[in-house]
Design a protein around this ligand. Structure first.
Ligand code: GLC
Length: 414
């Protein structure tokens, strides 16, 4: 191969492209992506550079909007949060004509989440449905059952935390989760509220019913955790902060996404073999539990000068082999239905088939209902929750304010 001013001539055929893919990395995401990009480069002769983003999806969204508004051709492929499609679809090409031969293999709900009208904004890469991670060794040691309800979880967390501290384990906490003022808190708080019967932030038909006693009860409970079973610092915790505490052995329970499973069982993990997962607790007997739908998907920028190669890359990263590898190494739920049934995946990463029903039943955030306004809606919501947990107003006061703000945002309609 001869290098020609920035391009490479491949066996006398195509000119190799230089692509940029942008994504936010949590856990081992970037490491596995790089390994798969190396394979792509070897197979195609193209080169792909990773443009790395901060962990927080909220920070990523702010940066992406700047690039997209500037119609920047610097980024060819964006890894997009499941909630963004309705807000940024105009900046992305319609992938449907380029994936018609494979789209039937994908989990239908995942595809649905990336459709705006007839347009496929991003090809689903991996899904997310959280779990309650618990320290099985500590539950056993202290003779406690895996809790079913949030109330039981709170009591068990406190009892074990206090007993462990009394034994000299001064750094022990009861429960860690994502409590910072960002999108992750919206995911957590939607789960608490729905499990108490308080409904969605905005319902599917666009109505705003969030100012209700069940929602207030859920938020009051969450506020009571701060400084009791959860450290004050939880008000600044994102995914990796929570995992850091749990994986180092200093929390009894954790709410987190699927990626924490493989890492918790890694050879270097102090809690390897000593934790389990269950569905998130319910709001009480006869009440449901709820799991917010997460996931990240690959879109091709309309402003990319290498669209054809970018499409090739998106297809490659989402092919069977790569999804299977990602599922095994990172315990991220795949978007290809068949990978859930793969015997090797089941043998090497039992969490994937185990969590399939939870992923299937996961609850979307109201991004479709609130259309272009979702980010504002979510930001108002997490602010109300964060204020309540910080002791800045009661749940009732903050929900009343939230309702007024959402009504103003909605105006005559979403
Ligand atoms: C995870 C989810 C994503 C969500 C984010 C919130 O990355 O996959 O959908 O928005 O967490 O922190």
């Amino acid at each position: 191969m001869t290098a020609l001013a920035g391009a490479t001539l491949l066996a006398g055929t195509a000119i190799a492209a230089e692509l940029n893919i942008v994504h936010g990395s949590v856990g081992r995401d970037q490491e596995i992506l790089r390994a798969q990009l190396d394979k792509f480069e070897a197979e195609t002769g193209h080169t792909v550079t990773i443009v790395s983003m901060p962990e927080s999806t909220t920070d990523q969204f702010a940066q992406y909007k700047l690039w997209l508004a500037a119609q920047s051709s610097d980024i060819d492929v964006y890894r997009l949060d499941v909630i963004w499609a309705p807000q940024i679809e105009t900046h992305f090409i319609d992938l449907m004509p380029h994936v018609e031969d494979i789209i039937g293999d994908f989990v239908p709900g995942a595809v649905e989440s990336q459709m705006v009208g007839d347009k496929l904004v991003a090809l689903p890469m991996f899904l997310g449905a959280p779990a309650l991670y618990y320290r099985s060794d500590l539950l056993e040691k202290h003779g406690k059952a895996v809790p079913e309800t949030w109330q039981e979880m709170t009591e068990t967390a406190r009892a074990i935390m206090e007993a462990e501290r009394a034994e000299g384990n001064a750094d022990m906490w009861g429960f860690v989760f994502q409590g910072a003022a960002y999108e992750g808190l919206t995911c957590n708080a939607q789960e608490w509220i729905v499990s108490f019967g308080g409904g969605r932030i905005v319902e599917n038909d666009g109505t705003i019913g969030i100012n209700n006693p069940q929602a207030a009860e859920a938020l009051t409970m969450a506020a009571s955790w701060v400084g009791d079973i959860a450290p004050d610092g939880v008000l600044n915790y994102k995914e990796e902060d929570a995992r850091g505490v749990f994986q180092s052995g200093n929390a009894v329970f954790m709410r987190n996404w699927n990626y924490a499973y493989a890492l918790g069982n890694g050879d270097d993990s102090p809690i390897k073999g000593n934790f389990g997962v269950r569905t998130l607790p319910t709001g009480g007997e006869g009440k449901p539990s709820a799991h917010t739908l997460g996931g990240w998907h690959l879109g091709v920028s309309k402003y990319s000068e290498n669209q054809e190669e970018a499409i090739e890359l998106v297809r490659f990263l989402n092919n069977y082999e790569n999804q299977k590898e990602r599922a095994i190494v990172t315990s991220r739920p795949p978007t290809l239905t068949a990978v859930y049934e793969d015997a090797e995946v089941a043998a090497e990463q039992e969490f994937i088939p185990l969590w399939k029903p939870v992923v299937d039943g996961a609850l979307p955030r109201p991004s479709a209902a609130t259309k272009r306004q979702y980010n504002e809606v979510s930001s108002e919501f997490w602010t109300a929750v964060h204020d309540t947990m910080s002791g800045n107003g009661t749940a009732e006061e903050n929900l009343a304010k939230l309702e007024a703000r959402l009504k103003r945002l909605k105006g005559a309609g979403w």
